[in-house]
Design a protein around this ligand. Sequence first.
Ligand SMILES: [Zn+2]
Length: 170
Amino acid sequence: MVDRHFRSPDKRFGVQISEAELAKVVKQCFKAGRKETGGILVGRYTAAHDCAVVTSASDAPQDSHAGGTWFSRGVAGLQRWLNGLWKSETFYLGEWHFHPFALASPSVDDLAEMRSISTTESYHCPEPLLMIVGGDPKKDWHIKVFVFLAYEGLRELPEVKAGGSAPNDA
Ligand SMILES: [Zn+2]
């Protein structure tokens, strides 16, 4: 399975997601058409705690609401799913969503949502991830991955090409 890697230049924060899981996400974006969609990311951390391995990205819960430039993720079914994942030692890691035919850059609302999640006790996730898919899911999409840090907001984790290092690495 081919994985895609994202990492902060200082290597403190990394994210890994398989092409296969990403393909499922992009398919959801395609189905959403001109509206935003999204879901949650679940997975685990490596032993060194410097990389989050995303093992699954949910579809949009049925009670989600969306427009062309906004998305309100619902909660239906998520808690039950997360409870089941506990056994396989995978947990809530963060959120993903789709900016149809637009850049995968976080909005003010995205920042506020991530800040809220980071401080909501029930998520148990003080540094949640945000993965945004932008563009045309049929042929010309791109993704950006961020980690929310209380002291600086959303920090982008640039993609690291297989076998290479991040462009900012010295
Ligand atoms: Zn957004």
